[in-house]
Design a protein around this ligand. Structure first.
Ligand SMILES: [Cu+2]
Length: 173
């Protein structure tokens, strides 16, 4: 009986909640909805009207950006108070869609989608999604060379450090 009363009370509470505790709503974004931008955005930021929920290390909030062919061009979502952001890798012009699913502090899920356009004068001919560098691209050999050079530099520094050490180390104390 007590349980029933408690659940009745909770039911009344959730239905009788005033409008002020309504769940999060998207207030603004960068780029904004339906905007046409001339610079490639480095990230997409969505601002809500209240802080979003984070449970411990769990981030239930997600923002994803897709190009016109449905290829994901965004990275991991970061939450900062009432804002969520995701880095994007866009190097081509076109229409992009933003899909978000966030959790209000009251536990309500808020989902939505909007679009923006990129019309940059310095766009490369074919759009390159952010996933491109992960694949074994032609960049790979460049990276290897860079790693080798860094390793050689590191070794050189180590050798000269040892030389210096042996020089100074043989000094009489
Ligand atoms: Cu709510």
């Amino acid at each position: 009986m007590k349980k029933l009363l408690v659940s009745l009370a909770l039911l009344t509470l959730s239905f009788g909640a005033p409008g002020a505790s309504a769940h999060s709503a998207l207030v603004s974004s960068v780029p904004s909805a339906d905007a046409t931008v001339v610079d490639f955005p480095m990230e997409v930021v969505l601002n809500f009207n209240e802080e979003l929920m984070i449970v411990g290390d769990e981030n239930p909030n997600k923002v994803e950006v897709f190009d016109s062919e449905g290829v994901l061009v965004s990275g991991a979502t970061v939450v900062k108070g009432a804002s969520v952001a995701a880095p994007v890798g866009i190097t081509g012009n076109g229409a992009f869609s933003v899909k978000y699913r966030v959790v209000s502090n009251d536990g309500h899920v808020v989902e939505g989608t909007y679009a923006f356009n990129v019309e940059s004068p310095i766009a490369v001919s074919s759009p390159m999604p952010i996933s491109a560098p992960i694949e074994p691209a032609e960049d790979g050999s460049n990276l290897l060379i860079r790693v080798v050079i860094l390793a050689l530099l590191g070794t050189g520094v180590f050798i000269s450090f040892r030389k210096a050490n042996s020089l100074f180390g043989s000094r009489p104390r």
